[in-house]
Design a protein around this ligand. Structure first.
Ligand SMILES: NC(=O)C1=CN([C@@H]2O[C@H](COP(=O)(O)OP(=O)(O)OC[C@H]3O[C@@H](n4cnc5c(N)ncnc54)[C@H](O)[C@@H]3O)[C@@H](O)[C@H]2O)C=CC1
Ligand SMILES: CC(C)CC(=O)C(=O)O
Ligand SMILES: [Mg+2]
Length: 368
């Protein structure tokens, strides 16, 4: 039986707090379904800078290349956010790892659990039924283009750059996914202004010819941001670049109720990388109140995409759904009707999901 090697990188702030529960869920799946999962850990971001001087130590890179899947939390520390002049930064660790692993496809499902219809500040009748799959390009764009200062530091630039090949490979992924869904792709760019967006649009049009059964719409980023809130149900698959996808998915987290609900999968040439879309949340770090569900839902994506364990992945999502159905909430997804005793911290929420997961799997075995 294959032994799966999983690398766990908690990172910084709540990254560590929520990933502890993602890992516990993986351990539980391993033991309930008798899968031999082996775990290792590594440093990234601020924690890595503190320990080694580098945001992406050699050892982390080596372990990442040697693993079958990576469960990641988040990086970031107020020290750097408050001092932009610092040259060695936590984000370099994450961007460097995404590049090194060739993780060009970032999949971010916007899944709204019915139980959370009232957790959003958007009206339930606008939200109900919303189900969007983002394909965000992850290793190009302005994040990886040339950046520098000139004029004695008084002018700065970051180059927004895409090659045709980079657009083609992510576009194919989006169209293939749309074929398994409602067959609608919205490609989001700023082609009225940006040359890189004009190449993006031209290339997406060419790729679309190979998918005549999929409806393609182009949307400018500014109007896409508006429509996402006005009418989220109009979207099926959204295909976009690194920067626009980063911004739009934080916005879209409000469709799902909270940043603490959105999971993601980053897929590329080799090892899959799974992480919540949120950051290290210094405003709540150390308080024990972070929502661990995005990390737990990232585990479901890991099981399905990296290990092909569909049933196991479904059990994890079902455990989250049942936990919400039983009324349990972390503070970010609680509403005025949530009884105080049902508002849980990170640990209690994690334990609740695991308890329900155990029941689900035991019932599966009894029914089989
Ligand atoms: N993938 C990553 O590692 C990312 C790292 N960052 C870094 O994180 C740091 C903080 O950035 P922010 O802009 O504050 O973004 P953030 O995503 O960390 O937090 C935004 C807001 O959402 C809330 N939030 C986020 N996750 C939550 C959870 N699981 N449960 C409950 N509430 C949650 C936070 O409390 C905060 O109010 C920065 O240093 C930034 O560079 C930001 C985004 C992604
Ligand atoms: C911190 C950035 C490098 C990444 C980010 O915000 C994201 O991937 O959502
Ligand atoms: Mg982001």
């Amino acid at each position: 039986m294959k032994q799966y090697q999983i690398l766990v990188i908690g990172g910084d702030g709540i990254g560590n707090e929520v990933t502890a529960w993602g890992k516990r869920v993986l351990e539980e799946i391993g033991s309930l379904y008798e899968h031999p999962f082996a775990f290792d850990t590594a440093l990234l971001g601020h924690a890595a800078i503190e320990a080694t001087g580098s945001p992406l130590p050699e050892e982390t890179l080596r372990k990442a290349h040697g693993s079958d899947a990576i469960l990641f939390g988040a990086i970031g520390h107020p020290k750097y956010d408050n001092d932009p002049s610092l040259k060695v930064r936590p984000e370099q660790g994450l961007l460097g790892l995404r590049k090194a692993l060739g993780l060009y496809t970032n999949i971010r499902p916007i899944k709204l659990f019915d139980e959370l219809l009232n957790a959003s500040s958007i009206k339930p009748e606008i939200l109900k039924g919303a189900d969007i799959l983002f394909f965000r390009e992850l290793t190009g764009d302005v994040y990886f283009g040339e950046k520098a200062r000139k004029d004695e530091g008084k002018t700065a630039y970051d180059v927004m750059i895409y090659s045709k090949y980079e657009v083609e490979r992510i576009a194919h992924k989006a169209f293939q996914a749309a074929r398994r869904r409602r067959k609608i792709v919205h490609s989001v760019d700023k082609a009225n202004v940006l040359e890189s967006s004009r190449l993006w649009r031209e290339t997406v049009n060419e790729v679309a010819m190979q998918y005549p059964d999929v409806e393609l719409h182009h949307q400018f980023i500014d109007s896409a941001a508006m429509l996402l809130i006005k009418n989220p149900r109009m979207f099926d698959v959204i295909l976009t670049g690194n920067l626009f996808g980063d911004i739009l998915t934080d916005e879209a987290s409000q469709i799902a109720g909270s940043m603490g609900m959105l999971a993601s999968a980053s897929i590329g040439d080799s090892t899959g990388f799974y992480e919540p879309i949120h950051g290290s949340a210094p405003d709540i770090a150390g308080k024990g109140i972070a929502n661990p569900l995005a990390s737990i839902l990232s585990v479901a994506l890991l099981l399905e995409y990296s290990f092909g364990m569909k049933k196991e992945a479904e059990s994890v999502v079902e455990a989250v759904e049942k936990t919400l159905k039983e009324g349990y909430r972390t503070i970010d997804i609680a509403d005025n009707n949530t009884p105080k005793e049902k508002i849980l911290g990170t640990k209690a929420m994690g334990e609740q999901v695991i308890k329900i997961l155990q029941k689900i799997v035991v019932n599966e075995v009894v029914e089989a």
